[in-house]
Design a protein around this ligand. Structure first.
Ligand code: ZN
Length: 246
């Protein structure tokens, strides 16, 4: 493991355009339950409740569930050391872009600014009628059914099942992949399409892939160059420390 950490640190410090892709695994240590897996949300709730068609036909029921599952948990969650290491890497000019599948906003709370939230974010609300966006506010989300000034129903600005990834996110990621020479993949096992294609496509274009996961994933054997197995906070802190040697 020590050797792999030094290999990963070497790749990062020599990179010209480092990008990162993060998933639920990075936020688990902030107390946010993942969607998948044994104790994931989908083992307790029907994912059908997060189909966009269900939201449109039952917005009040959907909002009640969203408040309970997301806002109540996210409100008290703090970024952990792994989020912070990624924010430091951006501040030092090493990490150029962070792509996250997470909707919890913790990368922003940690100070990351160059972020594409691939599945949207609970930090904002969007009007189903006129597309106007609002920052999330207590005043808005404590209403039984949050509404836009135009009267339209507001939806959390997250990608529901059955919704397309916004063009801007797709385009931004594609552009980043073309420039990426090293990609740091943290806490995502590659089960969610099309985000799962991001490391695969970067690899195909010649990038080196460093993977940090607690378990081997669909990337580990075919896509990953350096696999670091263990907790995201421990390993990213170890990586940061190793980089000090450069
Ligand atoms: Zn509106």
């Amino acid at each position: 493991m020590k050797e792999s950490i030094s290999e990963a640190a070497d790749l990062i410090m020599k990179s010209e355009y480092l990008t990162a892709l993060t998933g639920a695994g990075i936020s688990v240590e902030s107390g946010i339950p993942p969607f998948r897996g044994e104790n994931g949300l989908w083992s307790k709730y029907d994912p059908g409740l997060f189909e966009i068609s269900y939201f449109v036909s039952n917005p009040e029921e959907s909002w009640e569930l969203i408040k309970k599952l997301f806002y109540a948990t996210f409100k008290n969650a703090l970024p952990n050391a792994a989020h912070q290491v990624l924010a430091h890497l951006e501040q030092r000019g090493i990490l150029k872009l962070l792509i996250t599948q997470n909707i919890d906003g913790l990368h922003h709370s940690a100070g990351s600014r160059s972020v594409i939230e691939y599945h949207g974010s609970t930090r904002c609300l969007v009007c189903l009628h006129c597309n106007k966006k609002y920052e999330r506010s207590e005043e808005k989300i404590t209403q039984p059914l949050p509404r836009c000034e135009c009267g339209g129903v507001l939806k959390p600005d997250i990608i529901f099942f059955g919704e397309e990834i916004p063009f801007q996110a797709i385009y931004g990621v594609q552009e980043a992949i073309e420039n990426t020479d090293v990609m740091l993949v943290v806490g995502t096992t590659g089960e969610v399409f099309p985000a799962s294609l991001i490391p695969v496509e970067a690899k195909r274009r010649g990038a080196k892939i460093i993977e940090v996961n607690t378990q081997p994933s669909s990337f580990t054997y075919d896509t990953t160059d350096v696999f670091l197995q263990g907790s995201a906070t421990k390993l990213l802190l170890a990586l940061e420390k190793e980089m000090e040697k450069f």
